[in-house]
Design a protein around this ligand. Structure first.
Ligand code: SAM
Length: 239
């Protein structure tokens, strides 16, 4: 029994931003997981652990098989499901994945020991902001940010140093069930830190000529960023 997540956790994962029947269609008609990935998916759903939904799984399969990134960085491992999915679909990739929650770290360690058969994955244990500066600069071709949503904008300057020019950053859960399109006054007080952090993220990226960005209404929203220049200027915003 996992203790970190309650049945009421991850509220926004149940507030789809596109029509519910389309979400169902995307989740049921796209090739399903088999083997250990299916077992991990079932375990996470049963324990309310927030893993990427099935439409994102299908998209990541395609991205990984097409891009075959040499070096991947993930922030937010949880039980290792998305890291193992990336490893499975891009056999040449080396994946560094960051997690701070001790319970998740225990499960991820077990899962990598059992299922990371090509030894592609390194689990980095601790707070992302402390670990990121120690990673090599201009190294990663692909980054998946799937951690505390209010902190994306705080991590971004450091993440951008670590990504190669031409590299792709994928940021998950950026619509917050549609809250981001509302006025701050309509947002529940407890959600305002996330709201503010995400608005800063949009201000810093969507119109920034040093990045090419695209919002995708998949899952609870993905923001894709391509790093276009060596030194990305985020100075237009105050973090
Ligand atoms: N990517 C995983 C998947 O789809 O299989 C799910 C990751 S889950 C949504 C987010 C994880 O990020 C949680 O396990 C949480 O403990 C971790 N996390 C959040 N903020 C973090 C931080 N600042 N540093 C390290 N880990 C963090």
């Amino acid at each position: 029994m996992v203790e970190t997540y309650s049945r009421n956790a991850n509220r926004n994962m149940r507030r789809p931003v596109v029509k519910e029947e389309i979400v169902d269609f995307m989740r049921t008609r796209q090739a399903q997981n088999t083997g250990y990935l299916k077992d991990l998916e079932d375990f996470a759903r049963q324990e309310n652990i927030p893993i990427i939904p099935h439409e994102t799984v299908a998209y990541f399969r395609l991205l990984m098989q097409t891009l075959q990134p040499k070096h991947i960085l993930e922030i937010g491992t949880a039980i290792g499901y998305s890291a193992l999915l990336m490893a499975e679909n891009s056999p040449q990739s080396r994946i560094s994945t960051i997690e701070r929650n001790p319970e998740m770290l225990g499960l991820a360690r077990e899962n990598f020991a059992k299922f990371d058969s090509r030894k592609q994955i390194s689990l980095l244990e601790g707070e992302a902001m402390e670990l990121l500066p120690g990673l090599p600069d201009d190294h990663f071709d692909f980054v998946f940010m799937d951690s505390a949503k209010s902190k994306y904008i705080v991590f971004l300057p450091e993440v951008l140093k670590k990504v190669k020019v031409g590299g792709l950053i994928v940021i998950d859960d950026i619509f917050q069930g549609g809250d981001v399109a509302k006025d701050m006054s309509e947002i529940h007080r407890g959600q305002r830190a996330i709201y503010r952090g995400l608005q800063k993220l949009f201000d810093a990226t969507l119109d920034n000529p040093d990045l090419t960005s695209s919002l995708i209404s998949m899952s609870d929203g993905l923001l894709l960023l391509r790093k276009n220049v060596d030194q990305v200027d985020l100075e237009m915003i105050e973090i």
